[in-house]
Design a protein around this ligand. Structure first.
Ligand code: 23J
Ligand code: MN
Length: 259
């Protein structure tokens, strides 16, 4: 691409013919975090503590310290997060290829299906039906599953009952299709994790994690505002923190959208 077209993008950003959409949930102590069944260890929620605020501890400055799990709120899943991706030399937040953190987004709207059935499972035929309408998913794309789950809050977001969590997500066959037939770069969702609530019982368990990370591909969880994106035509920017040997991190996810 020419230097001129990159400057054209800068111009479009300043005049508003390209807008920036924030795909990030706010991070606070109430931000929902995945709850795993016994006997597994749990991830802590986000917490923040004051260092100083224009007081004796810092008369002219305000700052906090915070802590949270790597997989808290809107967050990035690196290949090294899962057993299937543990051996990639470029599979953690400090070693991954930053070129792969910016790319075109395909937004697959299954919000109605997810409202009708909170355990909705995305299958290859759903993806092919989307492609028949919008064109084929290109290699290197980020595929984002819109469910409107970000509009939920509190207990409705995790949606757990006696049987466990109920939230939509992909089947193993859907993951296999996107990896082997489309060679996508990553898989993003609005729910707490990249897999369906019931995915611990799929074969393999947690196919989005097991298969995407096994193919050295990325995940994005707890995205917001996917309803503000076109089906095709947006570019997303999703760089995790450069934590040494990190399995993922909370991040700000931005989309560039033609106005
Ligand atoms: C650990 C174990 C199971 C799952 C997850 C984490 C996530 O969804 C995550 O945030 O990566 S399903
Ligand atoms: Mn995660």
């Amino acid at each position: 691409m020419s230097a001129q077209s990159l400057m054209q993008l800068a111009g479009a950003l300043s005049t508003g013919t390209v807008k920036v959409v924030d795909l990030t949930q706010v991070l606070n102590p109430e931000t929902p975090v995945i709850q795993l069944p016994e006997p597994f260890a749990q991830s802590p929620a986000f917490s923040s503590e004051l260092i100083s605020q224009f007081d004796d501890d810092g008369p002219a400055w305000y700052w906090n310290k915070f802590s949270c799990g790597e997989h808290c709120g809107t967050h990035f899943d690196a290949p090294g997060h899962w057993i299937s991706g543990q051996d990639y030399s470029d599979g953690t937040t400090d070693t991954l290829d930053v070129n792969q953190l910016v790319g075109p987004a395909c937004v697959l709207d299954f919000s109605r299906e997810s409202a009708d059935n909170n355990d909705f499972v995305l299958e290859p035929e759903h993806i092919k039906a989307w492609e028949a309408e919008h064109g084929e998913i290109e290699a290197g794309a980020w595929v984002l599953m819109r469910t409107d789950w970000h509009k939920r809050s509190g207990a409705d977001f995790l949606n757990i009952d006696e049987e466990g969590p109920h939230s939509p997500g992909p089947s193993p066959a859907a993951m296999q299709f996107l990896i082997e037939e489309r060679n996508i770069q990553g898989w993003g969702v609005e729910t707490v994790g990249t897999d369906a609530g019931a995915a611990g019982g799929f074969e393999p368990p947690f196919p989005a994690h097991f298969m995407m990370h096994g193919a050295n591909k990325f995940g994005l969880a707890s995205l917001a505002n996917l309803d503000q994106l076109p089906a095709k035509g947006a570019i997303i920017i999703a760089p995790p923190l450069k934590i040494e040997n990190g399995s993922g991190s909370p991040l700000r996810v931005l989309a560039l959208v033609p106005a």
